[in-house]
Design a protein around this ligand. Structure first.
Ligand code: LLP
Length: 424
Protein backbone atom coordinates (compact mmCIF):
# COMPACT_ATOMS: atom_id res chain seq x y z
CA UNK A 1 0.00 0.00 0.00
CA UNK A 2 1.19 3.51 -0.73
CA UNK A 3 0.09 7.11 -0.37
CA UNK A 4 -0.07 8.01 -4.07
CA UNK A 5 -3.76 8.39 -4.87
CA UNK A 6 -6.10 10.26 -7.17
CA UNK A 7 -7.90 13.14 -5.48
CA UNK A 8 -10.28 15.24 -7.56
CA UNK A 9 -8.89 13.55 -10.64
CA UNK A 10 -5.26 14.46 -9.91
CA UNK A 11 -2.56 12.10 -8.67
CA UNK A 12 -1.28 13.20 -5.27
CA UNK A 13 1.66 12.26 -3.10
CA UNK A 14 -0.09 12.22 0.30
CA UNK A 15 -1.87 15.61 0.29
CA UNK A 16 0.29 17.28 -2.34
CA UNK A 17 -0.84 17.31 -5.99
CA UNK A 18 1.99 16.11 -8.22
CA UNK A 19 1.47 18.98 -10.73
CA UNK A 20 2.33 21.40 -7.93
CA UNK A 21 5.68 19.66 -7.45
CA UNK A 22 6.25 19.51 -11.22
CA UNK A 23 5.68 23.27 -11.44
CA UNK A 24 8.00 23.98 -8.53
CA UNK A 25 10.83 21.52 -9.17
CA UNK A 26 10.39 20.93 -12.92
CA UNK A 27 10.52 17.46 -14.44
CA UNK A 28 11.77 14.81 -14.41
CA UNK A 29 11.93 14.41 -10.62
CA UNK A 30 11.66 11.71 -7.98
CA UNK A 31 9.00 12.17 -5.29
CA UNK A 32 8.99 10.19 -2.02
CA UNK A 33 6.18 9.78 0.48
CA UNK A 34 7.20 9.88 4.15
CA UNK A 35 3.96 8.23 5.29
CA UNK A 36 4.57 5.32 2.93
CA UNK A 37 8.13 4.82 4.14
CA UNK A 38 6.97 4.91 7.75
CA UNK A 39 4.16 2.50 6.99
CA UNK A 40 6.53 -0.02 5.41
CA UNK A 41 8.87 0.17 8.39
CA UNK A 42 5.92 -0.48 10.70
CA UNK A 43 4.65 -3.41 8.63
CA UNK A 44 8.12 -4.98 8.41
CA UNK A 45 8.71 -4.51 12.13
CA UNK A 46 5.31 -5.99 13.01
CA UNK A 47 6.08 -8.98 10.81
CA UNK A 48 9.16 -9.65 12.97
CA UNK A 49 7.43 -8.93 16.27
CA UNK A 50 7.80 -12.52 17.51
CA UNK A 51 11.59 -12.36 17.29
CA UNK A 52 13.91 -11.26 20.05
CA UNK A 53 14.99 -7.64 19.28
CA UNK A 54 16.07 -8.08 15.67
CA UNK A 55 18.07 -5.36 13.93
CA UNK A 56 16.53 -3.93 10.80
CA UNK A 57 19.43 -2.55 8.80
CA UNK A 58 18.10 -0.69 5.74
CA UNK A 59 20.05 -1.52 2.56
CA UNK A 60 21.30 1.99 1.79
CA UNK A 61 21.95 1.13 -1.85
CA UNK A 62 18.18 1.06 -2.46
CA UNK A 63 17.86 4.75 -1.66
CA UNK A 64 20.74 6.67 -0.10
CA UNK A 65 19.07 10.07 -0.04
CA UNK A 66 19.80 11.81 3.27
CA UNK A 67 16.16 12.76 3.79
CA UNK A 68 15.10 9.15 3.32
CA UNK A 69 17.86 7.84 5.59
CA UNK A 70 17.04 10.41 8.28
CA UNK A 71 13.38 9.33 8.12
CA UNK A 72 14.51 5.74 8.69
CA UNK A 73 16.96 6.76 11.44
CA UNK A 74 14.06 8.41 13.26
CA UNK A 75 12.26 5.06 13.07
CA UNK A 76 15.20 3.36 14.80
CA UNK A 77 16.58 1.52 11.79
CA UNK A 78 20.20 0.57 11.29
CA UNK A 79 21.92 0.35 7.91
CA UNK A 80 23.51 -2.17 5.57
CA UNK A 81 26.25 -0.40 3.64
CA UNK A 82 28.52 -1.55 0.82
CA UNK A 83 31.01 1.30 0.53
CA UNK A 84 32.74 3.96 2.57
CA UNK A 85 30.43 6.45 0.87
CA UNK A 86 27.29 4.66 2.03
CA UNK A 87 28.76 4.38 5.52
CA UNK A 88 29.37 8.13 5.70
CA UNK A 89 25.89 8.87 4.33
CA UNK A 90 24.25 6.60 6.91
CA UNK A 91 26.20 8.23 9.74
CA UNK A 92 25.46 11.72 8.40
CA UNK A 93 21.75 10.90 8.45
CA UNK A 94 21.94 9.93 12.13
CA UNK A 95 22.06 6.13 11.94
CA UNK A 96 24.17 4.90 14.88
CA UNK A 97 27.44 3.17 13.92
CA UNK A 98 26.76 0.16 16.10
CA UNK A 99 23.67 -0.62 14.02
CA UNK A 100 25.60 -0.61 10.74
CA UNK A 101 26.71 -3.76 8.92
CA UNK A 102 29.19 -3.56 6.07
CA UNK A 103 28.63 -5.98 3.15
CA UNK A 104 30.28 -6.32 -0.26
CA UNK A 105 32.99 -8.33 -2.00
CA UNK A 106 35.36 -5.44 -2.60
CA UNK A 107 35.88 -3.57 0.66
CA UNK A 108 39.22 -1.81 0.46
CA UNK A 109 41.70 -1.52 3.32
CA UNK A 110 40.87 2.19 3.58
CA UNK A 111 37.14 1.46 3.83
CA UNK A 112 37.82 -1.17 6.47
CA UNK A 113 39.88 1.26 8.55
CA UNK A 114 37.16 3.92 8.24
CA UNK A 115 34.46 1.49 9.37
CA UNK A 116 36.58 0.26 12.27
CA UNK A 117 37.26 3.80 13.47
CA UNK A 118 33.56 4.63 13.24
CA UNK A 119 32.75 1.55 15.34
CA UNK A 120 30.32 -0.34 13.10
CA UNK A 121 28.41 -3.36 14.42
CA UNK A 122 29.52 -6.05 11.97
CA UNK A 123 31.60 -6.70 8.87
CA UNK A 124 30.01 -9.28 6.60
CA UNK A 125 33.08 -10.89 5.07
CA UNK A 126 32.85 -12.46 1.66
CA UNK A 127 36.12 -14.38 1.52
CA UNK A 128 39.06 -15.64 3.55
CA UNK A 129 41.28 -13.26 1.61
CA UNK A 130 39.15 -10.37 2.83
CA UNK A 131 39.27 -11.72 6.41
CA UNK A 132 43.06 -11.69 6.29
CA UNK A 133 43.18 -8.10 5.05
CA UNK A 134 40.67 -6.92 7.66
CA UNK A 135 42.64 -8.60 10.44
CA UNK A 136 45.82 -6.87 9.31
CA UNK A 137 44.07 -3.49 9.08
CA UNK A 138 42.44 -3.91 12.50
CA UNK A 139 45.61 -5.09 14.22
CA UNK A 140 47.55 -2.14 12.75
CA UNK A 141 45.22 0.33 14.46
CA UNK A 142 44.91 -1.73 17.65
CA UNK A 143 41.30 -2.74 17.11
CA UNK A 144 39.30 -5.95 16.79
CA UNK A 145 36.72 -6.26 14.02
CA UNK A 146 33.36 -7.94 14.75
CA UNK A 147 32.75 -10.25 11.79
CA UNK A 148 30.41 -12.70 10.13
CA UNK A 149 31.04 -14.65 6.97
CA UNK A 150 28.51 -14.32 4.21
CA UNK A 151 27.74 -17.82 3.04
CA UNK A 152 26.96 -18.66 -0.56
CA UNK A 153 24.39 -21.45 -0.16
CA UNK A 154 24.23 -22.31 -3.89
CA UNK A 155 20.53 -21.61 -4.16
CA UNK A 156 18.82 -20.04 -7.15
CA UNK A 157 16.58 -17.28 -5.83
CA UNK A 158 14.37 -17.44 -8.91
CA UNK A 159 14.70 -13.74 -9.70
CA UNK A 160 16.35 -11.87 -12.59
CA UNK A 161 19.81 -13.35 -13.18
CA UNK A 162 21.56 -9.98 -12.72
CA UNK A 163 20.21 -9.65 -9.18
CA UNK A 164 20.65 -13.29 -8.07
CA UNK A 165 23.54 -13.56 -5.63
CA UNK A 166 23.47 -17.02 -4.03
CA UNK A 167 24.39 -19.41 -6.84
CA UNK A 168 27.77 -21.16 -6.67
CA UNK A 169 29.22 -19.18 -9.57
CA UNK A 170 27.95 -15.80 -8.33
CA UNK A 171 30.76 -13.69 -6.92
CA UNK A 172 29.23 -13.43 -3.44
CA UNK A 173 30.07 -15.11 -0.17
CA UNK A 174 32.06 -18.15 0.90
CA UNK A 175 30.88 -21.46 -0.56
CA UNK A 176 28.82 -23.34 2.00
CA UNK A 177 31.19 -26.31 1.87
CA UNK A 178 34.20 -24.08 2.57
CA UNK A 179 32.56 -22.29 5.48
CA UNK A 180 33.95 -24.36 8.37
CA UNK A 181 37.47 -23.93 7.04
CA UNK A 182 36.91 -20.19 6.64
CA UNK A 183 35.76 -19.83 10.25
CA UNK A 184 38.69 -21.93 11.47
CA UNK A 185 41.06 -19.56 9.65
CA UNK A 186 39.27 -16.47 10.99
CA UNK A 187 39.60 -17.78 14.55
CA UNK A 188 43.38 -17.67 14.11
CA UNK A 189 43.39 -14.05 12.98
CA UNK A 190 44.16 -11.70 15.86
CA UNK A 191 42.34 -8.69 14.43
CA UNK A 192 38.99 -10.44 14.15
CA UNK A 193 36.24 -11.41 16.58
CA UNK A 194 33.98 -13.93 14.88
CA UNK A 195 30.36 -13.40 15.92
CA UNK A 196 27.96 -14.39 13.15
CA UNK A 197 26.78 -15.85 9.88
CA UNK A 198 25.24 -13.90 6.98
CA UNK A 199 23.37 -14.76 3.80
CA UNK A 200 21.67 -12.85 0.98
CA UNK A 201 20.57 -14.75 -2.11
CA UNK A 202 19.07 -12.03 -4.29
CA UNK A 203 16.59 -9.23 -4.72
CA UNK A 204 12.94 -8.93 -5.79
CA UNK A 205 12.25 -12.47 -4.56
CA UNK A 206 8.70 -13.55 -5.32
CA UNK A 207 8.70 -16.90 -3.53
CA UNK A 208 9.70 -17.74 0.04
CA UNK A 209 11.02 -21.21 -0.79
CA UNK A 210 14.58 -20.21 -1.82
CA UNK A 211 14.97 -17.98 1.26
CA UNK A 212 13.69 -20.74 3.49
CA UNK A 213 16.21 -23.18 1.98
CA UNK A 214 19.04 -20.67 2.46
CA UNK A 215 18.06 -19.96 6.07
CA UNK A 216 17.89 -23.68 6.82
CA UNK A 217 21.47 -23.98 5.62
CA UNK A 218 22.45 -21.08 7.90
CA UNK A 219 20.78 -22.87 10.84
CA UNK A 220 22.70 -26.06 10.13
CA UNK A 221 25.93 -24.11 9.83
CA UNK A 222 25.38 -22.32 13.15
CA UNK A 223 25.07 -25.74 14.84
CA UNK A 224 28.23 -27.01 13.11
CA UNK A 225 30.14 -23.87 14.02
CA UNK A 226 29.15 -24.09 17.68
CA UNK A 227 30.13 -27.77 17.71
CA UNK A 228 33.51 -26.65 16.36
CA UNK A 229 33.89 -24.24 19.28
CA UNK A 230 32.91 -20.90 17.67
CA UNK A 231 30.72 -18.42 19.50
CA UNK A 232 27.88 -17.37 17.18
CA UNK A 233 25.64 -14.57 18.43
CA UNK A 234 24.26 -13.02 15.22
CA UNK A 235 22.64 -14.27 12.01
CA UNK A 236 22.12 -11.79 9.19
CA UNK A 237 19.40 -12.98 6.82
CA UNK A 238 19.94 -10.24 4.22
CA UNK A 239 17.21 -8.53 2.22
CA UNK A 240 15.46 -9.50 -0.96
CA UNK A 241 11.73 -9.51 -0.31
CA UNK A 242 9.96 -8.50 -3.52
CA UNK A 243 7.36 -5.78 -4.00
CA UNK A 244 4.41 -5.66 -6.41
CA UNK A 245 5.26 -3.78 -9.62
CA UNK A 246 2.77 -5.19 -12.08
CA UNK A 247 -0.86 -5.58 -11.02
CA UNK A 248 -1.25 -8.32 -13.64
CA UNK A 249 1.15 -10.74 -11.92
CA UNK A 250 0.71 -12.49 -8.55
CA UNK A 251 1.81 -10.36 -5.59
CA UNK A 252 5.04 -11.40 -3.84
CA UNK A 253 4.83 -12.84 -0.32
CA UNK A 254 3.93 -10.23 2.28
CA UNK A 255 6.27 -9.18 5.08
CA UNK A 256 3.92 -11.07 7.43
CA UNK A 257 4.37 -14.31 5.45
CA UNK A 258 8.11 -13.73 5.39
CA UNK A 259 8.19 -13.03 9.15
CA UNK A 260 6.23 -16.19 9.93
CA UNK A 261 8.62 -18.26 7.83
CA UNK A 262 11.65 -16.70 9.53
CA UNK A 263 10.18 -17.30 12.96
CA UNK A 264 9.61 -20.95 12.15
CA UNK A 265 13.02 -21.60 10.61
CA UNK A 266 15.10 -19.71 13.18
CA UNK A 267 13.53 -21.21 16.28
CA UNK A 268 16.18 -22.25 18.77
CA UNK A 269 19.00 -20.46 16.99
CA UNK A 270 19.56 -18.24 20.02
CA UNK A 271 21.12 -15.36 18.08
CA UNK A 272 20.32 -11.74 17.30
CA UNK A 273 18.76 -11.74 13.86
CA UNK A 274 19.72 -9.00 11.42
CA UNK A 275 17.67 -8.06 8.34
CA UNK A 276 18.75 -5.91 5.40
CA UNK A 277 15.55 -4.89 3.60
CA UNK A 278 15.84 -2.27 0.89
CA UNK A 279 13.16 -2.42 -1.78
CA UNK A 280 10.34 -3.48 0.54
CA UNK A 281 10.88 -0.35 2.65
CA UNK A 282 11.20 2.29 -0.07
CA UNK A 283 10.06 0.78 -3.38
CA UNK A 284 6.42 1.78 -3.27
CA UNK A 285 7.29 4.99 -1.45
CA UNK A 286 8.62 6.76 -4.54
CA UNK A 287 7.48 7.80 -8.00
CA UNK A 288 9.33 9.35 -10.91
CA UNK A 289 7.36 12.15 -12.52
CA UNK A 290 8.04 13.07 -16.13
CA UNK A 291 6.46 15.24 -18.81
CA UNK A 292 5.44 14.15 -22.28
CA UNK A 293 7.67 16.05 -24.73
CA UNK A 294 5.65 14.86 -27.70
CA UNK A 295 3.66 11.92 -28.98
CA UNK A 296 5.30 10.70 -32.17
CA UNK A 297 3.45 8.64 -34.74
CA UNK A 298 4.64 5.02 -35.01
CA UNK A 299 4.02 2.15 -37.40
CA UNK A 300 2.22 -0.03 -34.90
CA UNK A 301 1.85 2.19 -31.84
CA UNK A 302 2.49 5.82 -31.06
CA UNK A 303 5.73 6.67 -29.25
CA UNK A 304 5.22 8.69 -26.08
CA UNK A 305 8.51 10.59 -25.75
CA UNK A 306 9.15 11.62 -22.17
CA UNK A 307 11.63 14.05 -20.65
CA UNK A 308 12.86 11.19 -18.40
CA UNK A 309 15.35 8.75 -19.89
CA UNK A 310 17.04 5.48 -19.09
CA UNK A 311 19.75 7.46 -17.32
CA UNK A 312 17.15 8.63 -14.77
CA UNK A 313 15.52 5.22 -14.26
CA UNK A 314 17.73 2.35 -15.38
CA UNK A 315 15.61 -0.59 -14.26
CA UNK A 316 13.56 -1.18 -17.43
CA UNK A 317 16.65 -1.01 -19.62
CA UNK A 318 18.86 -3.13 -17.34
CA UNK A 319 16.45 -5.78 -16.10
CA UNK A 320 13.45 -5.44 -18.43
CA UNK A 321 11.72 -4.25 -15.28
CA UNK A 322 8.04 -3.37 -15.43
CA UNK A 323 6.94 -0.08 -13.83
CA UNK A 324 3.36 1.04 -13.96
CA UNK A 325 3.08 4.36 -15.83
CA UNK A 326 0.08 6.48 -14.92
CA UNK A 327 -1.21 9.80 -16.17
CA UNK A 328 -1.11 12.38 -13.39
CA UNK A 329 -4.46 13.74 -14.66
CA UNK A 330 -6.12 10.70 -16.25
CA UNK A 331 -9.02 11.48 -18.60
CA UNK A 332 -10.45 7.97 -18.39
CA UNK A 333 -9.36 7.26 -21.97
CA UNK A 334 -6.81 4.47 -22.51
CA UNK A 335 -4.48 3.72 -25.41
CA UNK A 336 -1.64 1.42 -26.34
CA UNK A 337 1.75 3.06 -26.81
CA UNK A 338 5.51 2.66 -26.65
CA UNK A 339 6.90 4.76 -23.81
CA UNK A 340 10.41 6.04 -24.47
CA UNK A 341 12.93 8.59 -23.29
CA UNK A 342 14.96 11.13 -25.29
CA UNK A 343 18.24 9.17 -25.20
CA UNK A 344 19.89 7.98 -28.38
CA UNK A 345 19.60 4.25 -28.07
CA UNK A 346 16.74 1.81 -28.34
CA UNK A 347 17.43 0.58 -24.82
CA UNK A 348 15.91 3.87 -23.72
CA UNK A 349 12.47 2.28 -23.85
CA UNK A 350 10.40 2.09 -20.68
CA UNK A 351 7.54 0.02 -22.07
CA UNK A 352 6.47 -1.46 -25.40
CA UNK A 353 2.88 -1.86 -26.54
CA UNK A 354 1.74 -0.78 -23.09
CA UNK A 355 -1.92 -0.20 -22.43
CA UNK A 356 -2.09 2.89 -20.27
CA UNK A 357 -3.89 6.18 -19.60
CA UNK A 358 -4.01 8.20 -22.78
CA UNK A 359 -1.60 11.13 -22.65
CA UNK A 360 -0.67 13.94 -25.00
CA UNK A 361 2.09 16.51 -25.35
CA UNK A 362 2.65 18.47 -22.14
CA UNK A 363 0.93 15.95 -19.86
CA UNK A 364 2.56 14.60 -16.73
CA UNK A 365 3.07 10.90 -16.07
CA UNK A 366 4.22 9.04 -12.98
CA UNK A 367 6.34 5.90 -12.92
CA UNK A 368 5.11 4.01 -9.89
CA UNK A 369 7.24 2.01 -7.43
CA UNK A 370 10.37 3.95 -8.30
CA UNK A 371 11.57 4.63 -4.74
CA UNK A 372 14.09 1.77 -4.71
CA UNK A 373 17.04 1.57 -7.13
CA UNK A 374 15.73 4.61 -9.00
CA UNK A 375 17.57 7.85 -8.28
CA UNK A 376 20.49 5.96 -6.79
CA UNK A 377 21.27 4.23 -10.10
CA UNK A 378 20.86 7.34 -12.23
CA UNK A 379 23.72 8.68 -14.28
CA UNK A 380 24.47 11.59 -16.57
CA UNK A 381 24.51 9.79 -19.95
CA UNK A 382 23.81 12.14 -22.86
CA UNK A 383 25.01 14.99 -20.60
CA UNK A 384 21.83 15.04 -18.62
CA UNK A 385 22.33 16.25 -15.04
CA UNK A 386 21.05 14.13 -12.13
CA UNK A 387 17.43 14.97 -11.42
CA UNK A 388 16.01 16.32 -8.17
CA UNK A 389 14.47 14.33 -5.34
CA UNK A 390 11.52 15.61 -3.33
CA UNK A 391 10.05 14.39 -0.06
CA UNK A 392 6.43 14.85 0.87
CA UNK A 393 4.93 14.70 4.34
CA UNK A 394 1.22 15.41 4.57
CA UNK A 395 0.66 18.83 2.95
CA UNK A 396 4.38 19.69 2.94
CA UNK A 397 6.94 19.02 0.28
CA UNK A 398 10.64 19.80 0.14
CA UNK A 399 13.53 19.38 -2.22
CA UNK A 400 15.88 16.79 -0.70
CA UNK A 401 18.32 16.88 -3.58
CA UNK A 402 18.88 19.65 -6.07
CA UNK A 403 18.82 19.16 -9.81
CA UNK A 404 22.41 18.96 -11.02
CA UNK A 405 22.97 21.85 -13.43
CA UNK A 406 24.75 21.08 -16.68
CA UNK A 407 27.28 23.77 -15.74
CA UNK A 408 28.36 21.57 -12.80
CA UNK A 409 28.93 18.64 -15.13
CA UNK A 410 30.96 20.69 -17.54
CA UNK A 411 32.93 22.39 -14.78
CA UNK A 412 34.05 18.98 -13.43
CA UNK A 413 35.93 18.24 -16.66
CA UNK A 414 39.53 19.41 -17.08
CA UNK A 415 41.45 19.99 -20.27
CA UNK A 416 44.85 18.29 -20.41
CA UNK A 417 47.66 20.89 -20.39
CA UNK A 418 48.50 20.28 -24.08
CA UNK A 419 45.03 21.43 -25.10
CA UNK A 420 44.56 24.12 -22.48
CA UNK A 421 45.87 27.08 -24.47
CA UNK A 422 44.21 29.48 -22.06
CA UNK A 423 46.47 28.26 -19.24
CA UNK A 424 49.71 29.24 -21.00
N1 LLP B 1 21.71 -6.97 1.42
C1 LLP B 1 22.62 -7.17 0.45
C2 LLP B 1 23.91 -7.77 0.80
C3 LLP B 1 22.33 -6.80 -0.88
O1 LLP B 1 23.23 -7.01 -1.82
C4 LLP B 1 21.08 -6.22 -1.18
C5 LLP B 1 20.75 -5.82 -2.55
C6 LLP B 1 20.17 -6.01 -0.13
C7 LLP B 1 20.51 -6.42 1.15
C8 LLP B 1 18.82 -5.39 -0.33
O2 LLP B 1 18.01 -6.15 -1.15
P1 LLP B 1 16.46 -5.75 -1.33
O3 LLP B 1 15.77 -5.94 0.00
O4 LLP B 1 16.40 -4.34 -1.77
O5 LLP B 1 16.01 -6.70 -2.36
N2 LLP B 1 19.41 -2.72 -8.74
C9 LLP B 1 18.57 -3.89 -8.63
C10 LLP B 1 18.60 -4.49 -7.25
C11 LLP B 1 19.99 -4.86 -6.77
C12 LLP B 1 20.02 -5.39 -5.37
C13 LLP B 1 21.42 -5.50 -4.86
N3 LLP B 1 21.55 -5.97 -3.54
C14 LLP B 1 17.14 -3.53 -9.06
O6 LLP B 1 16.90 -2.39 -9.44
O7 LLP B 1 16.27 -4.39 -9.08
Amino acid sequence: MDHFNLKDGVLHAEDVPLPLIADGAQTPAYVYSTATIERHVRVFREALAGLDTPWICFAVKANPNKGVLATLAAQGLGADVVSGGELLRALAAGIPAEKIVFSGVGKTADEMALALRKGIGQFNLESVEEAETLSTVAAAIGMTAPVAFRINPNIDAGTHSKISTGRADDKFGVAYDHALAAYARAAELVGLRVQGVAVHIGSQLTSLAPSRAAFERVGALIADLRAAGHTITTADLGGGLGVPYNPAVPVPPSPADYGAMVQEVTQGWNVRLIFEPGRVIVGNAGVLIARVIRVKEGVNYPFVVLDAGMNDLMRPSLYDAWHEIRAVRPTGERFVANIVGPICETGDTFARAREMDEVKEGDLVAFMTAGAYGATMANTYNSRGLIPEIMVSGHDWALVRDRQPIEALIAADRLPPWLDRGAE
